[in-house]
Design a protein around this ligand. Sequence first.
Ligand SMILES: C[S@@+](CC[C@H](N)C(=O)[O-])C[C@H]1O[C@@H](n2cnc3c(N)ncnc32)[C@H](O)[C@@H]1O
Length: 202
Amino acid sequence: MKSKWGEEENETIDSIKNINYNGRILNVAAGDGRFNNLLLEKASEVVAIDLDEKDLDILVNNTPMGLRDKLKIEIVDITKKFPYTDDSFDGVFCTGSLHLFEKKEIIKILNEIKRVLKPKGKIVIDFATDIKRYDRNGNEVVFSGEGLYSMDEAINFLKEKLKCFSLDIVKSTFEEECSEDSTGYKFIKGNFIVLSGIKYRV
Ligand SMILES: C[S@@+](CC[C@H](N)C(=O)[O-])C[C@H]1O[C@@H](n2cnc3c(N)ncnc32)[C@H](O)[C@@H]1O
């Protein structure tokens, strides 16, 4: 699927396939829907949440008609309490987004992910590190308020905060040229980790 946020990375696709999602899945900060159709193929329902209504409209348009009955979209600020009850999802998915926040916000978001996820619920989370962004003139772009994490720092932090999961961690790199101005940059590169696992205690 074509997305303004880049390619669907093979490492994340493999993690989605290996974790074998089923049931009701929450796609946190879903954007314009990278990976969302893969989730829909496995799930009985996917709830895709984001702050950006335009991206969610594109996500719906990117969803084949045969899968739309299983899709629900909602505008949600993920830095606030999620509007869902405890243990209400079989899986949670979140890519390309957590690295945008400072640690105290990430902790709040991960706590909400853990709260809404059922025991034995499944997660796939990716986290970008060592990011460099450039505008079309080659000048570096830095987003205000973002954490800018190194690989080791991110792995140690996420392992600690996801202790209640049996975690599998895959490391990789990415490099993208963006076709859209709304991303805020023209080129981006860095490393990323994909964490997948099952919640085995609260
Ligand atoms: C880099 S995009 C990644 C989108 C998608 N998950 C993907 O992998 O392509 C980050 C997404 O986070 C969303 N976002 C940023 N802050 C948010 C917030 N406080 N609540 C909900 N979504 C937020 C943005 O609107 C954007 O869609």
